[in-house]
Design a protein around this ligand. Structure first.
Ligand code: NDP
Length: 249
C-alpha cells in the first residue's frame, strides 16, 4: 500500500534539532528519502547514520541557509544522490527575542538573514527544478507569531509575517502560472525544542521558558503535519496549518 510519501525526495533545512529533526525521522520512517541541511554537521551525520541503520535513506550537508551557494548545493546533493527533489521543508529559523527598545540590532539582522533570506534562498535554489518537472511542494515553518503581534518579539514576528505573505503569493502565482507547485505554511505555537536557546535578553528568556514549561508540546506534532501535507494527492493542497498545545490560550 502506498502512503504517497514513500520514494519522495524531501530537503529539510534546520534538520539538526527540534522540528526539523523530528520531521526528518518521521518522513524517513515512512519511506521518504530525506536530505538534511544545517550548520551542526555532527548532528546531521548522526541522524543519517540512525536513519540508515533503521532501513531508511538519508543524506546530509553542512548548510548555512543565508548562503546562496549552500542552498544550491543541497539541491544538487538531492539530485545526485536520489535523482530528483519532490519537496523542500523550509524550516531553519531562530528567535533571539527582545523588546525593540533593547536595540539588539545584530540579532535583528540575524533573524532577517535566517528567517527571511533563508526562505528566499531555499525557494530560489529549488524553483528551477520544480518548474522544469512541473511539480513540487514547498512547506515552510512560520509561527503563530506570523499571525499575531507579540510585544517583546517584534522582529521575529515581522520575519514570520513575511513567510506567511510570501508563501501565499507563491501559492497564487503557482496556481495561475500552472507550474503545479503546492505550498503549505505551518504556524506552530509553543513547541519544546532548542528555539529559546538564542534568547540573550534575560527577562524575555525567563518569560519564554516559563511559557514553554507550562504549555510546550513535542516537535513530533509538527512532523505529523508535514507528513499529512506530503501525503495529500497531487491535485490537493492544504495551505495553512495553525497548531499548538490544546491548553495554550
Ligand atoms: P531549534 O532551535 O531546535 O531548530 C532550529 C534549526 O534551525 C536548527 O536545526 C538549526 O541548526 C537551524 N538553523 C539556525 N540557523 C541556521 C542557519 N543559518 N542555517 C541553517 N540552519 C540554521 O528550533 P525549532 O525546531 O523550534 O525551530 C524550527 C522552526 O520552527 C524555526 O523556523 C522556528 O522559528 C519555528 N517555530 C518554532 C516554534 C517553537 O515553539 N519551537 C514555534 C513557531 C515556529 P544549526 O544550528 O545546526 O544550523
Amino acid at each position: 500500500m502506498t502512503n504517497n510519501i514513500a520514494g519522495k525526495v524531501v530537503i529539510i533545512t534546520g534538520a539538526s534539532s527540534g522540528i526539523g529533526e523530528a520531521t526528518a525521522k518521521l518522513l524517513a520512517s515512512k519511506g521518504a528519502k530525506v536530505v538534511l541541511g544545517a550548520r551542526r554537521i555532527d548532528r546531521l551525520d548522526a541522524m543519517v547514520d540512525e536513519i540508515t541503520k533503521a532501513g531508511g535513506e538519508a543524506a546530509c550537508q553542512v548548510m548555512d541557509v543565508t548562503k546562496t551557494a549552500d542552498n544550491e548545493a543541497i539541491v544538487m546533493l538531492a539530485k545526485e544522490k536520489f535523482g530528483k527533489v519532490d519537496a523542500i521543508f523550509l524550516n531553519a529559523g531562530l528567535m533571539p527575542a527582545s523588546p525593540v527598545s533593547a536595540l539588539k540590532t545584530d540579532e535583528w539582522d540575524e533573524m532577517v538573514d535566517v528567517n527571511i533570506k533563508g526562505v528566499l534562498n531555499g525557494v530560489a535554489a529549488v524553483m528551477p527544478s520544480f518548474t522544469e518537472q512541473k511539480s513540487g511542494h514547498v512547506i515552510a515553518t512560520s509561527s503563530v507569531a506570523g499571525l499575531k503581534a507579540y510585544p517583546g518579539n517584534g522582529v521575529y514576528c515581522g520575519t514570520k509575517w513575511f513567510v506567511r505573505s510570501f508563501m501565499e503569493v507563491l501559492r497564487m502565482e503557482s496556481a495561475t502560472e500552472g507550474t503545479n507547485i503546492r505550498t503549505a505554511t505551518i504556524y506552530p505555537a509553543a513547541i519544546n525544542t532548542e528555539l529559546l536557546d538564542t534568547i540573550s535578553d534575560e527577562a524575555t528568556a525567563e518569560a519564554y521558558h516559563g511559557l514553554y514549561k507550562t504549555y510546550g508540546i513535542s516537535p513530533d506534532r509538527i512532523a505529523s503535519i508535514v507528513e499529512f501535507a506530503l501525503s495529500l494527492p497531487e491535485d490537493t493542497t492544504v495551505n495553512e496549518f495553525t497548531i499548538g498545545p490544546a491548553n495554550q490560550p
